[in-house]
Write a protein that binds this ligand. Structure first.
Ligand SMILES: *Cc1c(COP(=O)(O)O)cnc(C)c1O
Length: 428
């Protein structure tokens, strides 16, 4: 699963103890394992190997340039959803042809940046956007390569806030409107609409739902072909699961199994946009216990990390396995939700931020912990730092990438000066 392991009761990231990392780089701290990132990328690529897919790592899951550069070196392209992410992809040397750009609200400035770079695919999400891209491309005397993001109306059985492929979400265009959309696009010289894009939600707990969505798009592709409208690219999106501790969920091979037979003989260029499945389990968040206190029936463990550093529990009611770094006799055999130890205590692990939604874990059976103890929050590689804020004027933590015995700071801890810097405006 990953390279975060207990050795003699102490948590290690690859060959460095989490204790050492916290001592050296302070807490809260994001710690990523290079070997895990690499393995997860390769496992995904290999699962879909019969389709020879173009992998486009989804930057929004974990955007650090050092991590993007690693993915680039592994052969990945990039899925971007903003001009800032496009900037990151180009910064690490990505070939523009291997960049795909999604998002329901691309600004003119962002579209122009994509056109100027010559990106591989604009994933278009509305008629209005198609016309805007056509106009901007024409003004630049260029042709935009594009795909239509369709809404296949399938249910990935995930949280409502991460469901994107059902009717009545803001994403994509309903399947029934797709033919008319393509016919309109065929009249535009400055857009080459050549693909279908899907991204139905995340994490997709039901591998069959993605295959269903793909089957629906193949029907559409055949319908289009009958009208002389050629589609040569199918971008099947991201949303492949990660392990958070509740259940195992589908593996890359589970996702690939029903999809490969559907696409093997179709001569389509296949694109994948994995984010979470690569980054989530590659990262942990280390946090120090500040105080423990009893409040009515509840036992609170107050730590120095908060919803600022990991908003997923507050935002999606997400579960993350949390456990002491120095676990001793409580060393967990797995990171399953339910641990079979005597002497655990039911706790809420909460942060210092002034919000009741500021919690990392609720009603969780943990070994006894005291002030100064170090806890690890697992599965914090994706949608953690990328969603981090400075709320309550809390500087964002450092990020460390571990390779074997070597930790390297890949983003320094923010300072109070960083908090004020954008506000240093010359007096009028
Ligand atoms: C967020 C996103 C992804 C990545 O989703 P993961 O769950 O991280 O794999 C892929 N494609 C698009 C269009 C996205 O918005």
């Amino acid at each position: 699963m990953d390279h975060h392991h207990y050795r003699d009761g102490v948590l290690f990231c690859e060959d460095v103890s989490a204790d050492t990392l916290a001592e050296r780089f302070d807490t809260p701290l994001y710690v990523y394992s290079r070997a895990t990132l690499t393995e997860h990328y390769q496992r995904m690529r290999q699962a879909f190997e019969p389709l020879d897919p173009l992998m486009c790592y989804s930057i929004k899951s974990c955007q650090n340039t050092h991590i993007c550069r690693l993915l680039h070196e592994l052969g990945s392209g990039f899925d971007v959803v903003s001009g800032g992410e496009l900037h990151r992809a180009l910064h690490v040397g990505a070939s523009p042809a291997r960049i795909v750009f999604a998002g329901v609200g691309k600004t003119d400035r962002e579209i122009n940046a994509g056109l100027d770079a010559g990106i591989g695919l604009f994933n278009i999400e509305s008629e209005s956007e198609l016309d805007v891209i056509a106009g901007l491309a024409q003004a630049r005397g260029t042709v935009a390569s594009a795909a239509l993001r369709v809404n296949p109306d399938v249910d990935p059985k995930t949280h409502q806030y991460t469901t994107t492929g059902k009717k009545e979400t803001k994403f994509g265009v309903d399947l029934e409107r797709a033919v008319a959309f393509f016919k309109h696009a065929a009249k535009l010289d400055s857009v080459n609409l050549r693909g279908i894009h899907l991204h139905i939600g995340s994490p997709i707990r039901d591998a069959g739902a993605l295959a269903d969505a793909i089957a629906k798009s193949l029907v559409l592709i055949d319908q289009l072909a009958a009208d002389g409208l050629v589609v040569d690219t199918l971008d099947i999106g991201g949303g492949y699961g990660a392990y958070y501790g509740e259940d195992n969920g589908p593996t890359p091979a589970d996702y690939a199994a029903p999809i490969i037979p559907l696409l093997k003989d179709r001569k389509l260029r296949v694109i994948l946009e994995p984010g979470r499945s690569i980054a989530a389990n590659a990262g942990i968040l280390l946090t120090r216990v500040l105080h423990v206190k009893q409040s009515g029936e509840r036992h609170f463990v107050i730590v120095d990390a908060s919803m600022n550093e990991l908003i997923r529990p507050a935002l999606y009611d997400a579960y993350h396995f949390v456990w002491p770094v120095n676990a001793g006799e409580f060393t967990p055999p797995t990171r399953q939700m339910h641990q079979e130890f005597a002497g655990l205590q039911c706790c809420d692990v909460v942060g210092p931020v002034c919000e009741s939604s500021d919690f990392l874990a609720k009603g969780r059976d943990l070994p006894p912990v005291k002030r100064g103890d170090l806890l690890a929050v697992f599965g914090a590689g994706a949608y953690a730092m990328t969603m981090a804020s400075q709320y309550n004027s809390r500087p964002r933590p450092a990020e460390v990438l571990v390779e074997g015995q070597t930790p390297r700071v890949i983003r320094r801890r923010e300072t109070y000066a960083d908090l004020l810097a954008p506000e240093q405006i010359d007096p009028a």
